[in-house]
Design a protein around this ligand. Sequence first.
Ligand code: NAP
Length: 455
Amino acid sequence: MTLVHLAYLAAASLFILGLRFLSSPRTARLGNLLSMLGMLVAVVVTLLDRRIVDYTWIVAGLVIGSGIGVAMGRLVKMTDMPQMVGLLNAFGGGASALVVLAEFLANPRPDAAAALITAGGMFIGAMTFTGSIAAFAKLQGILRGAPIVFPGQRALNLLLHLAILAAVILFGLDLVGFRRELLYLVLILSSVVGVSLVLPIGGADMPVIISLLNSYSGLAAAAGGFVLGNTVLIVSGALVGATGLILSTLMCQAMNRSLVNVLFGAVGGGQGAQAADTGRRVTRYTPVDAAAMLEGADSVIVVPGYGLAVSQAQHVLHEAVELLRARGAQVRYAIHPVAGRMPGHMNVLLAEANVPYDLLKDMEEINEEFAAADVVLVVGANDVVNPAAREKGNPLSGMPILQADKARSVLILKRSLAPGFAGVDNPLFYQDKTMMVFGDAKELLQKLVSQLKAA
Ligand code: NAP
């Protein structure tokens, strides 16, 4: 075993350790650092191993890429993270497609196995590139978020896949010559497939598709690793492929959907699909009333949601909770697996405000406790507490929810009666035990905090 192999083994171990540590918010930063270190080792060792490398291009890529990365990190808001991940997936898929193409142009006579992997890598890489760009455009509001379907879409998709399969086989086994043209054909058809895969997917299902495309970008990288004969690229690609698939499956479970249903179901609502029922009466509270109610509570469960992220109210929410705890109330945060707009969104947001991790409770852990809670404080959450999920025939049907409606009373902080992401009106707003406090979450909580401090 050479020194290079040993270094690759160390890099792969760092990736695996990094993933291990990423599984808890407490250790996630360390996980990121270890993975970055692994990548640094892999890149430096590969460059040294190849010896004849034109460093002008490497340095130019490093400077431009780092510049764009730093700018994106500073400019992109946390709520826009899914789009950014979409773009990063596109770069990963595109880079892998270019790697397999460049390798083929440099060595145009691969054996059958290498050729099949080249064509397969081109298929996944190009599909990931255009699919991720389409996903980015949907999430950014450049394309319509709701499913975009047209007659004959499935038949067209089937034909495209068959044509790609034929081209991959003809190219891989070199049955008719014209290899370069066949590889370009795979590139073009796969690019079309990427877009047609994502268009029929509805807004609420976009995170699943983003994580699936992440998995594809890993497979494309692994194919690039095979073509280049680079072990560490194969290992890191396989890890991304596997973890992306696991995450997609977990998200589907949290929404009570199957992956096949997400990919081919053409459902998923999109924002504000149904108007709220304004005919029914709700009980309105001011922040002063809300503060009085919370002051009298011994047990409070906070349900954070997407609106907390929009209004950036995490710090003031933490302040309010600490004031209540100082008065002797038991306060916990109930974290729904799909609250917000990306996996772990609420954990990241609350960690930013230094909320102690032991106050964060998963859905399974806290759901039993709602019945004994005096007040549930819902801050910018909607779908994750919507009892309509227990009924049949709406986009939320079957999704497990936080049982906020089981508590003695519910305080909901949001700007209006508008529905959440899935576009389903929320019957909880109209219950007798529910008090609506209308306004921006941050402003409301600031008023609430000054009231609690004054009391
Ligand atoms: P939600 O159902 O989208 O509801 C968020 C609520 O926040 C809205 O009803 C909105 O009502 C309110 N809001 C927005 N801005 C606000 C502000 N500045 N101040 C106060 N309230 C504000 O959010 P959720 O309960 O967190 O549920 C998440 C949904 O997103 C689920 O349907 C999930 O499937 C989906 N999803 C999840 C992920 C993920 O990975 N976590 C990704 C994509 C989609 P007003 O407009 O009336 O204020």
